[in-house]
Design a protein around this ligand. Structure first.
Ligand SMILES: *[C@@H]1O[C@H](CO)[C@@H](O)[C@H](O)[C@H]1NC(C)=O
Ligand SMILES: *[C@@H]1O[C@H](CO)[C@@H](O)[C@H](O)[C@H]1NC(C)=O
Ligand SMILES: *[C@@H]1O[C@H](CO)[C@@H](O)[C@H](O)[C@H]1NC(C)=O
Ligand SMILES: *[C@@H]1O[C@H](CO)[C@@H](O)[C@H](O)[C@H]1NC(C)=O
Ligand SMILES: *[C@@H]1O[C@H](CO)[C@@H](O)[C@H](O)[C@H]1NC(C)=O
Ligand SMILES: *[C@@H]1O[C@H](CO)[C@@H](O)[C@H](O)[C@H]1NC(C)=O
Ligand SMILES: *[C@@H]1O[C@H](CO)[C@@H](O)[C@H](O)[C@H]1NC(C)=O
Ligand SMILES: *[C@@H]1O[C@H](CO)[C@@H](O)[C@H](O)[C@H]1NC(C)=O
Ligand SMILES: *[C@@H]1O[C@H](CO)[C@@H](O)[C@H](O)[C@H]1NC(C)=O
Length: 600
């Protein structure tokens, strides 16, 4: 009897403990630049990078007593890494982990349905060192204070507890739920990012000696310009102990930059002039309703104007947070509710299985967490960062600052490459084009659209470029454009970082060369409805980058195994990376885990 109770107790403790992440014991501590401590380890071959000759490191830059920024670095694999440039990847959100970009888009590997590592032949690490950073603290593997807790699958709220067990799928180690520990604005996040870069570059100077490039996506339309502007300014300050960050390129994928422009563009993309897939999702009455929600008295545009008034409103945090909340609910989500399609790829009905999220489960395996030296479990989206940014209305109040930042960094010789997959509604290309026009880059009005052609001779989009500034519309691509057009986006990236024109890669195009692309004033290519799906694509299907349509999983052709439950209303869609998508991203993560747990 006595022994039985003891072994039960031991069993219970083992169970409870297994859910939490044991603190890593094998991290090396070094001093980076700017007074930033870096703790890291070499990641064993096979944990993402499969080539034993290519090194990979992960760890934390401790940018504050309670701000630990996670990074995962991969050496360039087709060239000598110490002679390659350094590219930093930042996902958006706010709150989205850059592991999304790593495993779903541009990193050395993806994860398949069985949880295996699969090499990505289109990895951006071929000719550049790649550094994936989870920021601000609380995002992905980054943390403020590591806390044993459970996360509610309904509200996503994190509740500290030492006693949850495997019976609770939300049990794990998380960043503290205290939102006051994390930045609440893009400007504040810029400081943490700059310091994380100081830490990394001081610890690994050999990988950053040949220029630094930033690649960012979605809410990265906020992060990218403001972070780059901050770097350029700090380089001039030359604070003691810091290193210069030789920033050359800012590349923004499906960016969400300016709410004043991009909320209205939801109407343009779905109604007038409409998208290039001939998708007309609304009835005449719905079109009218959407118009009123945007341009009617007290509607989205009025609220955006109030938030961005000069002088600013006294209670700017609340005015801007309310404006953003209204525009998301009444304008952006109008599509999700009425069209029941994926905002990130309008060709797919919700729920859309692309890009797959098998990597979430992979990253929460005890052996993988140990291999990368993680302190916490992995979450795709940070509730803390979302709440913190929402509390200041960051999304809606930064459009003008972003525009100025892009002008400033261009003047400083930084190449700014923007692009958008044209099947994305979320950060759609119609709005992206207006944002690009508003930058008013030197020579821009004389530039026109030319074909974007990859080295295989295929036309995959159109680019308008004036010196170092460009905007590209990528055909047949959703929000995470590299997933759908890996070859085109890889070549655009390599052209951008080598200072060549985006459309052909043959002409040097940087500041002061006074070169513009000569072509039509608008991009008129129409894909038409051929790739629009009229039934839900079953989970387990793969995306065919040649036909631009799903290869439907044969076993599931008849009926999807995964039934959408009522708790997933509004319709779940794929990875959501602007701030209002946050909740959907979490719903998505939950669905991915459910699917994984049902795997035979
Ligand atoms: C990337 O490099 C690997 C070998 O280092 C090569 O096999 C692969 O074809 C390259 N990919 C591209 C898209 O050039
Ligand atoms: C890589 O480049 C570095 C620095 O130029 C050089 O010292 C090293 O020998 C090179 N490594 C190889 C394998 O060529
Ligand atoms: C968007 O639609 C509005 C309302 O019809 C129109 O005034 C505006 O010019 C359109 N913008 C673009 C970029 O098409
Ligand atoms: C975001 O802020 C607005 C305005 O304060 C509030 O109404 C809304 O509930 C907040 N959203 C979340 C999810 O906290
Ligand atoms: C957290 O990580 C542990 C492994 O260290 C794992 O057993 C547990 O399931 C994870 N929790 C969640 C919520 O993923
Ligand atoms: C945002 O953070 C700043 C700096 O920590 C703080 O002063 C401010 O009160 C915060 N704003 C809100 C709405 O919490
Ligand atoms: C651009 O590409 C289209 C196909 O998308 C082709 O029809 C057209 O001729 C090309 N234009 C030029 C100038 O090559
Ligand atoms: C580009 O134009 C500027 C302003 O007109 C001029 O000063 C500069 O010399 C030109 N550069 C080249 C390479 O022609
Ligand atoms: C894509 O579709 C084409 C045409 O149906 C087919 O030949 C090809 O094998 C598919 N590619 C993949 C990767 O499934």
């Amino acid at each position: 009897m006595f022994f039985n109770s003891i072994s039960l107790l031991i069993l219970f403790i083992t169970y409870a403990v297994a859910q939490f992440v044991p603190p890593p014991t094998d991290l090396k501590t070094v001093q980076g630049a700017g007074g930033i401590t870096v703790r890291y380890k070499e990641v064993p071959t096979g944990t993402c990078e499969t080539n034993p000759n290519v090194k990979s490191y992960s760890g934390y830059a401790d940018v504050g007593p309670n701000q630990h920024i996670f990074f995962w670095f991969f050496e360039a694999r087709a060239v000598n890494a110490t002679q390659a440039p350094l590219t930093v990847r930042l996902d958006g959100g706010p709150g989205a982990s850059s592991m999304n970009g790593l495993f779903q888009e541009i990193g050395p590997c993806t994860i398949d349905a069985a949880g295996n590592v699969v090499n990505n032949p289109y990895s951006w690490s071929n000719n550049s060192n790649m550094l994936f950073i989870d920021q601000p603290a609380t995002v992905g593997f980054s943390y403020t204070i590591a806390t044993k807790a459970t996360q509610s699958s309904r509200t996503f709220v994190i509740t500290p507890t030492d006693t949850c067990t495997t019976a609770d799928p939300g049990c794990g180690t998380y960043s503290s739920p205290d939102t006051t520990l994390t930045p609440n604005s893009t400007q504040e996040a810029a400081v943490g990012f700059y310091n994380a870069m100081q830490g990394f570059m001081g610890a690994f100077p050999q990988y950053a000696a040949n220029g630094v490039h930033i690649n960012t996506a979605s809410y990265g339309g906020h992060y990218g310009p403001i972070f780059a502007d901050y770097i350029v300014k700090q380089n001039k300050v030359k604070a003691a102990g810091t290193v210069d960050i030789p920033l050359k390129t800012l590349m923004i994928e499906n960016g969400f930059y300016d709410t004043r422009v991009q909320f209205a563009a939801y109407y343009n993309y779905t109604v007038s002039p409409g998208n290039t897939y001939n998708l007309n999702p609304y009835t005449a009455a719905q079109e009218q309703q959407l118009y009123t929600n945007i341009w009617g008295a007290g509607g989205c545009q009025d609220q955006q104007a109030k938030c961005n008034a000069n002088p600013p409103p006294a209670d700017i945090d609340n005015v801007c947070a309310a404006a953003d909340t209204f525009c998301v609910a009444e304008v952006e989500d109008f599509f999700d509710i009425n069209a029941r399609r994926n905002e990130d790829d309008v060709r797919e009905l919700a729920p859309d299985p692309f890009p797959p999220t098998y990597y979430v489960d992979y990253l929460n395996k005890a052996n993988v967490l140990q291999a990368i030296g993680a302190t916490t479990n992995f979450t795709q989206a940070s509730v803390q960062t979302f709440f913190a940014f929402n509390s200041t209305g960051d999304d809606s109040r930064t459009g003008a600052i972003i525009n100025t930042a892009m002008q400033t960094i261009l003047q400083e010789g930084v190449t700014v490459t923007t692009f958008a997959g044209d099947a994305d509604y979320d950060s759609n290309w119609i709005g992206g084009q207006v944002v690009a026009n508003n930058v008013n880059a030197p020579g821009w009005t004389q530039a026109g659209f030319v074909n974007l052609t990859t080295t295989d001779g295929v036309v995959r989009g159109q680019t308008r470029q004036a010196d170092g500034f460009s905007f590209t519309r990528v055909y047949f691509a959703g929000h995470e454009a590299p997933f759908y057009q890996p070859e085109a986006t890889l070549q655009m990236f390599e052209r951008a970082i080598s200072g060549m024109d985006i459309a052909t890669g043959k002409m040097p195009m940087a500041l002061g060369k006074n070169v513009t692309t000569q072509g039509t004033q608008s991009s008129t290519f129409m894909e038409g409805p051929g790739t629009i799906q009229t039934t839900v694509t079953p989970a387990g299907s793969t995306y065919n980058t040649t036909t631009h349509a799903p290869n439907v999983a044969p076993a599931q052709k008849a009926k999807s195994r995964f039934v959408v439950s009522e708790e997933l209303v509004p319709p779940p869609t794929k990875v959501r990376v602007t701030h209002k998508k946050f909740k959907k991203l979490l719903v998505e993560e939950r669905r991915a885990r459910k699917e994984a747990s049902r795997k035979p």
